[in-house]
Design a binder for this molecule. Structure first.
Ligand SMILES: *Cc1c(COP(=O)(O)O)cnc(C)c1O
Length: 377
């Protein structure tokens, strides 16, 4: 079975009692038992629900994994994984992590003595120096946010494996349509389903996918024990959205490629960040996705003026929905970082991140052209 056939058919059989082609939403907290502990596979929705099973079968198939688990959010999924570690364990991660991931380690897990060792891009050749007896996990995000840097999953996960360290890849930006980390040597794939998988900016959700039964059992236990389960309704929406993931990702990628060309040819743009520029991306990704960042030759005021004039690019946090969004890292996601540190990281006042939606490209390009003109006036 190929990608879209799996997305549409895996886990989705017509419902047995009525023949409904679309599965019902099992909005129930609990399930009747014939006698104590004898039931049809579900007892309480915090532990499992038929809608979870459907989405998990879809997600496992799309990521080429045996097991998937759905969660209340991306960060809920990570919390479940980290709860399987022990006090004193350490996690090595590449710099440029999603802000919420960094915050979770820095402000929460550190209190329980699970520490994070960050490796910057220029330290990458010395990565193995960071793995020691205490290191239990290597956390990798590619492409990164907001500079769309691409890391070599096969190479880096191979180095971690040599030291007995598991690799977890945050595959949120690429989606399983463009990149399958398990096939490249990763042990666990992590998603914020809030983004491309949900795809319509209407749910918050997370998922983990693995081929390792032990990891899967621990993740399932953690979901139940901590209570980071999603709602059956949200998971039903996720299942529905996964069915169109391929066509959406094709259009996101196609639109972003047009915008990449427009920005690259525009004298008002200093630098464009897009995975297409990376030779590694050409090898490990099937396309480059809908995320693109650009540094404009504009002052902070002009940049804000441009962003405020967009008609179709809505100024908002998040990404991966059908509608185009724009984000200004210096004043939004990275505002808490001092300006000089921020600039060293490559996040200047003129940097703008686009989540390119699936609208008609002519309208998106016209919107960009017009807002740039107004900002320069
Ligand atoms: C949004 C996001 C997360 C966190 O997911 P939530 O669903 O918001 O909890 C993690 N990683 C990346 C790359 C994200 O974009």
């Amino acid at each position: 079975m190929k990608f879209s056939t799996k997305a549409i058919h895996e886990g989705n059989e017509p419902e047995k009692t009525t023949g409904a082609v679309t599965p019902p939403i099992f909005l129930t907290s609990t399930f009747a038992q014939e006698s104590p502990a004898h039931h049809k596979g579900y007892d309480y929705t915090r532990a499992g629900n038929p809608n979870f099973t459907i989405a998990e079968r879809q997600l496992a198939a799309l990521e080429h994994g045996k097991y998937a688990t759905v969660y209340s959010s991306g960060l809920g999924a990570l919390t479940a994984y980290v709860s399987t570690l022990q006090k004193g364990d350490r996690v090595v991660a590449l710099d440029g992590l999603y802000g919420g991931t960094f915050r979770l380690f820095n402000k929460v897990f550190s209190k329980f003595d699970v520490g994070l060792d960050l490796v910057s891009s220029n330290e990458l050749p010395n990565l193995e120096k960071y793995f020691d007896d205490k290191t239990k996990l290597f956390l990798l995000e590619t492409p990164t946010n907001p500079l769309l840097e691409v890391h070599d999953i096969a190479d880096l996960s191979g180095k971690a494996r040599k030291h007995g360290v598991k690799t977890l890849v945050d595959n949120t930006f690429a989606s399983p349509y463009l990149q399958n980390p398990l096939n490249l040597g990763a042990d666990i794939v992590w998603h914020s389903c809030t983004k491309y998988l949900g795809g319509h900016s209407d749910i918050i959700g997370g998922a983990m996918v693995t081929n390792d039964k032990e990891i899967h059992d621990a993740l399932l236990f953690a979901r139940m024990a901590i209570g980071v389960n999603p709602s059956p309704f949200d998971v039903w929406l996720l299942s529905r959205s996964l069915k169109t993931l391929a066509v959406r990702m094709e259009r996101h990628s196609e639109n972003a490629a047009h915008i990449y060309k427009f920005l690259s040819d525009n004298p008002a743009v200093k630098k464009v960040y897009f995975p297409a520029k990376s030779p590694v991306a050409a090898l490990q990704m099937r396309g480059f996705g809908g995320m693109i960042s650009a540094e404009f030759n504009l002052s902070l005021e002009e940049t804000i003026e441009m962003i405020s004039h967009f008609r179709y690019f809505t100024l908002a946090e998040s990404l991966g929905g059908v509608e185009s969004l724009v984000n200004h890292p210096a004043s939004m996601t990275h505002a808490s970082i001092p300006k000089d540190v921020r600039e060293k990281m490559g996040i200047s006042d003129g940097l703008v991140r686009f989540s390119v939606g699936i609208e008609d490209i002519e309208d998106l390009l016209a919107d960009l052209r017009e807002s740039l003109r107004i900002a320069k006036d």
